[in-house]
Design a protein around this ligand. Structure first.
Ligand SMILES: Cc1ncc(COP(=O)(O)O)c(C=O)c1O
Length: 384
């Protein structure tokens, strides 16, 4: 293998948020969404070259960077965007917070689909909007929208913004054309703005699925949509703080920029340099990473579903597995597994009880160790 995902750098003594949480304890950190792998050599080289120049003043977003993003999105996702549609952001979280800020008025509704990335549950109230929850449901072997539930809650709400996550963290779905079309129909029919957090779009690990940006469905939907992307998850550079919004509608783009004026800082020089290298030269690394992650995901699926009290659905995208512990009979499964040496994310933060999220963006050996500890914990519990 040209990239050695089996032997990632040791992060225990580093400044890693993920690893420092359990420093000094025998608990494997499988929580926050960053991977243990070193960035692609082409990204590290671009950063070294940028630093070697020596001057780290305010950067200008180059047209070459915009072109790299436009070409990368056409190449990887078959979506043609214009360079002018791109608005640079220091993070995707700021991106959807800004969308909440400009959608409607104080007290208006923002529709979101728990379980979901926790900051998406908090963003509406940050801007005095009301969070309207439509919980995803587990139907057979996968997570889906609750269409009947959505229809039932709409008449009593005043929704101005649809906050979408595609692919969806934590359930790992890549929303299909049919599902997106149905959501888009609602957005048109009820005149909602759409903000789609597509940060995980480069991480479709199951080749049977294809990511479709909701804005690519048709021109009318594109005109009401803010799509958020970043190189950070795909190329494992979240510490560099570089993201962008794609906003085809010029008037919406102006409003979006105005909503952030004076609040949103510029992206730093290193984030921009890394982003250009990622979109221009990062494909070989990404193409090697995806099957590695997919093999990890399949291993989790087999192991977890073989355990009493636990289950999970196949992960289509992301490096995150959403594990159903409702049959385990534990009030706090996250605490339970932590006590057995595995640090997971607590499902309650995502808006759903009885679940944990496992980050498998790590070596197979570390994943094996975590799965063994989980298995030991569950079997010991059964024996009691
Ligand atoms: C769906 C989603 N959006 C946004 C983020 C964070 O984005 P950023 O670090 O660019 O703010 C994450 C990180 O895990 C995420 O999963």
């Amino acid at each position: 293998m040209p990239y050695d995902f089996n032997n990632p750098p040791d992060r225990r003594q580093s400044d890693s948020l993920k690893w420092q949480r359990y420093a000094g304890h025998d608990i494997l950190p499988m929580w926050v969404a960053d991977m243990d792998f070193a960035a692609s050599p082409v990204i590290l080289e671009a950063l070294q070259q940028r630093i070697a120049h020596g001057v780290l003043g305010y950067p200008q977003h180059s047209s070459s960077l915009r072109e790299a993003v436009v070409e990368g999105i056409a190449r990887d996702h078959d979506w043609r965007i214009e360079p002018d549609w791109i608005v640079w952001l220091p993070g995707v979280v700021q991106g959807f917070n800004l969308a909440c800020r400009l959608a409607g008025e104080t007290g208006d509704g923002v529709l979101s689909f728990p379980p979901i990335y926790p900051p998406m549950l908090h963003a509406p109230e940050n801007h005095r909007r009301r969070l309207i929850r439509s919980h995803l449901i587990r139907a057979g072997g996968r997570w889906e929208y609750d269409w009947a539930g959505l229809d039932a809650l709409l008449p009593a709400t005043d929704i101005r913004l649809l906050l979408l996550c595609n692919p969806h963290n934590p359930v790992g779905r890549v929303w299909s054309r049919e599902e997106l079309t149905r959501l888009a129909w609602h957005a048109e029919h009820h005149d909602w703005l759409i903000c789609s957090d597509d940060i995980h779009c480069g991480l479709v690990i199951d080749p049977a699925h294809r990511y479709i940006p909701i804005a690519a469905l048709d021109e009318a939907i594109a005109q009401r949509t803010i799509t958020l992307m970043a190189p950070s998850k795909t190329w494992n550079i979240p510490g560099l703080g570089c993201a962008f919004a794609i906003i085809p509608n010029a008037s919406l783009r102006r409003q979006y920029l105005a909503a952030g004026r004076g609040l949103i800082p510029e992206v730093n020089v290193l984030g921009l340099a890394a982003a250009e290298a990622a979109y221009r030269h990062g494909s070989p690394w990404r193409e090697a990473l995806l099957p590695y992650l997919h093999a990890n995901a399949q291993h989790i699926h087999r192991s977890i579903n073989a355990l009493p009290g636990l289950s999970c659905t196949p992960v289509e995208s992301t490096y995150l597995a959403w594990i159903d512990c409702r049959e385990l009979g534990k009030n706090n499964p996250c605490e339970f597994f932590e006590a057995h040496g595995v640090g997971l994310s607590d499902g309650r933060a995502f808006g759903m009880e009885g679940f944990v999220r496992l980050n498998f963006g790590c070596s197979r050996a570390l994943l094996d160790e975590a799965l063994q500890r989980i298995s030991h914990a569950v079997r010991t519990e059964q024996a009691v």
